[in-house]
Design a protein around this ligand. Structure first.
Ligand code: CTP
Length: 206
């Protein structure tokens, strides 16, 4: 998975996040370059579909969840999307209008499905399940807790605080977390992170 999800409020407004899809798309491209048969399920992004990859475009977290689960089984699952944790419980069919004197509308939110967690515990679980952890504090501890909670083999945890420029930017600095090891990767371009991860995945399968 890659990119953000957009959760509609009404036909013209949505809740979203700053994900660009650069890291997820780069990983899809790097795996395809090594010969993998890659299906990329992408939220709305402005970057092109990677060459050599089958790309499925979705908008909402529920659509992304269904697109992923319906394509199991798979050997490897890599979950890079910044999936919106919440959606508006009942999005409006018509544009919500301002009425003079009315208070701003209150948005009632409800939780979205956790795609990585679903796949990490699925009866058709891929042999290798990899997720990311977007954090602004306690990066390693939060990454480790996501590894366990979501049933992943690896988590790439990164600090997405605004001053790092990582979310939406061209570079990334990740900490690779498994049950047995924590490996701090240096600052690299998102393509380099993708190639290093793809090489690690290929080694696991060779
Ligand atoms: N993820 C997912 N489905 C969700 C939320 C997250 O598949 N509904 C995946 C992401 O693609 C990523 C991992 O779970 O691989 C961690 O996502 P992150 O946004 O860091 O964490 P959350 O689970 O959303 O937890 P929190 O917002 O509390 O940090």
């Amino acid at each position: 998975t890659s990119g953000p999800t957009h959760e509609p409020i009404d036909p013209v407004r949505y809740i979203a996040n700053r994900s660009s899809g650069k890291q997820g798309h780069a990983i899809a491209r790097a795996l395809a370059k090594l010969g993998a048969d890659v299906t990329l399920v992408s939220g709305p992004v402005t970057i092109p579909d990677p060459d050599g990859v089958k790309t499925i475009h979705v908008e909402r977290a529920e659509e992304m969840h269904d697109a992923v689960v319906s394509r199991l089984p798979a050997d490897i699952g890599v979950f890079v999307a910044a999936v919106a944790d919440w959606r508006v419980a009942t999005s409006a069919d018509q544009k919500i209008k301002k009425q003079p004197g009315d208070a701003p509308p209150a948005l009632q939110l409800t939780e979205n499905p956790d795609i990585l967690k679903t796949v990490g515990h699925h009866e058709k679980r891929p042999k290798l399940v990899i997720g990311f952890a977007a954090e602004t504090q306690n990066v390693e501890a939060n990454g480790l807790s996501k590894l366990e909670r979501k049933g992943a083999d690896y988590i790439l945890a990164n600090n997405v605080s605004a001053d790092t420029g990582i979310m939406g930017g061209a570079h990334n600095r990740v900490t690779l977390i498994s049950k047995s090891a924590v490996d701090h990767w240096p600052d690299m371009s998102k393509s380099e992170v993708a190639e290093r991860l793809a090489a690690l995945i290929a080694k696991t399968f060779s």
